[in-house]
Every structure is written in structure tokens, then in C-alpha cells.
Design a protein around this ligand. Sequence first.
Ligand SMILES: *Cc1c(COP(=O)(O)O)cnc(C)c1O
Length: 386
Amino acid sequence: MSVSYKRIESAVIHGGIYGDSVTGAVNVPIYQTATYQQPELGKNTGWEYSRTGNPTRAALESLIAELENGAAGFAFASGMAAITAALSLFGSGDKIIISSNVYGGTFRVLDKIFRNFKIGYSIEDTTDTALLEKNITSDVKAILIETPANPLLTVTDISAISAIAKKHGILLIVDNTFMTPYLQRPIELGADIVIHSATKYIGGHSDVVAGLVVVNNKELAEKIAFIQNAAGGVLAPFDSFLLIRGLKTLAVRMDRHTENAADIAVFLQNNNAVKKIYYPGLPDAQGYEINKKQAGNGGAMISFELKENYNIRKFFGSLKLIALAESLGGVESLVCHPASMTHASIPYETRQKIGITDGLIRLSVGIENVSDLIADLENAIAESEE
Ligand SMILES: *Cc1c(COP(=O)(O)O)cnc(C)c1O
């Protein structure tokens, strides 16, 4: 079906492969099949086996490639499977630089699995580009960043890091989970590979675990296609359908997510109980100008600390609408305690040093009525005062 459009709000609905050319169905069918009958020996329909390729997954893969403005997209069974596939580009003796605030699972897979294959890593402050460049030794083959990064929402300059990566002939990989292509398109800023935990905003409803990889050229596309088929961590047809369905509302969801977040950030900033707030949409936040240059707005993740006379356990216990849970990016607002949940694997001293204090609260702002969310926060803050 041929459609014409210019902007991302239309592309999320009409991009990639639209509907079904056989029946006219407006949705891509779920090809729930493992294999495909071959018309004769030595010939196939273009589809051989669903690990190698599946039409529902292919529709999602072409859609995410289009949205990120990349050359090709690949869908995996989780964000970690996507990250593992991208890291499988490297070999013994290679080293990857990761930013100090990367997702804990990214650190863990490098530290506990890839290190066994002699693929090294070093953790750097990627917000300091001059220092970063000094640390690029000849064995460094890639830089992997997140921006804004979890949980302190630190912003890294994608274009600046990309220039450094290009100068040294190494790859720039950006985990774009927190922003989505609606707000930030790293390939347009010079990244080579974009990764998503599609479990978050792309799926958007906290009902599917999935990962995506988008690459900026044909050579990388061939390599990732090979890894995807050889290692086999592919996304199932039904889950691929769920992501296509989720993506259709990405633009409206992200608008509401981020409008709510901006209002909540102002509420928290003006609240006497709040000691510190981290939100890249606030003008005095670290990296505000850089984020403004490279992303549509500050996103919908906010971290904050309450003052010492507030009991954090009581705060979590008093929330009625906002749920205490890991994960983020779903329509429902979620709150978590990084020190004991998402970032518990980081030693206590290191956590203090990088700012993940025991009082830190991370909020994934959903698309509920913002007054209800603020009332819930206000009440929980009042209940937790000692
Ligand atoms: C959740 C997350 C991941 C891991 O994705 P899964 O889908 O849980 O495997 C990777 N990166 C970021 C930034 C995440 O938030």
C-alpha cells in the first residue's frame, strides 16, 4: 500500500510496511509460523525459517529503521538481547567505553559475560568529552552511551562524542530507550548504532519485553543480521505485532508523558520537602542546553531526593496511584528506589560517589491526569514527614 507523509506523527502509523497487501487489512498480520513451504527444491518465497526472518517482525524492523532514520532495524526478545547482539560485533582484545550511568544490565553483561571472552570495558564520564578523548586507547573499538542516563538523567552530547568516535575510527552506540525516536534520533547526530529496550516507551503499555537495534549502514546491517540469525535472540511474531501497535500511539503518548513530567518537575522543584531534583527539562539541570539541542524536550523520567526529615519507606507506602515497580515508559506512572532496586548491584560507596543516595527516588511519569499524579505525590510527601 502506498502512503505519503512527511512527519514522524504520521510515520509511526504509516511507516515501514503498512497493513496487508493480500487482504487490505489495515494491520500487519501476525504470521504465527516457524517455517514456510518451499515451492520446489532450491526455491523459496523469500521466507525460509522464522529465526532468519518473519513478515511481522520484518514489518516492525522496517518501521523502527525508518523512525530512527537508519539503514536497517532488528528486533530482539529483550533490550538485553539487543545489547548483546550489538556487543557481539566485537572480539577478543577489543575494549568498549561505557558512560558511568549506563543501565545496570549493560554493565553486567560486559562485566560478567563479555569479559570472559576477553572483550574489555572501561567506565568513563562521557559528559566530559575532552577527558573521554584522552582515554581512547588503540584497543577501544566503540563508545556506548545513554542520554539522558539512568537514574540521574545526565546528558551526554551525542554530536560531540560522534565527532570523537569518527576521528578515532570507532563506533558510537546510543541506547535511546529514554527518549525514543520521537524525541531524539541519534543516527541523525552521527551515531552508528541505536539500541532500544522496547519494553519501555516503544511498547508503551508494560505488557511486552523486547529490544531493537538500528544501524546506519549496509555493512553493519549485514553483520547484525548475521548475529541475529546465528545467536537467535529474535522477537516473536505476536510481540512484534504488539510493538507495531504500541508505536502507532508513540507521538501522542510521548506528548502527554512529557507534558505531565514538565508539570511534575515544576511541582517538585517548588516543594519544600524536595532536596534535589534531576530533570533535563529544567533550565538549571546539568546538560539542559545540550539536551535542548539534541532532543525535543526533557523526556518523562524524573529523579528526586526528599530532605532528611522525610521517611522514604513511608513515602513509597503512601502512594495510591503511582505504583512501586521496576521498569519505566508505560502509560501508568511508576516509582522506584534505585539504591535498593535498579542499582542495588553497585557497591554502597560507589553509589554515594555517583549520587545514587539512599534517598533518591526515580519517577516514570505516565499519561494519567497530571493533577491526580501531583495530588498523589503531595499526599505521600505529607504522610512521610517525621
Ligand atoms: C530496561 C533497559 C534496558 C534493558 O532492556 P530489557 O528489555 O529489560 O532487557 C536497557 N537499557 C535501558 C536504558 C533500559 O531502561
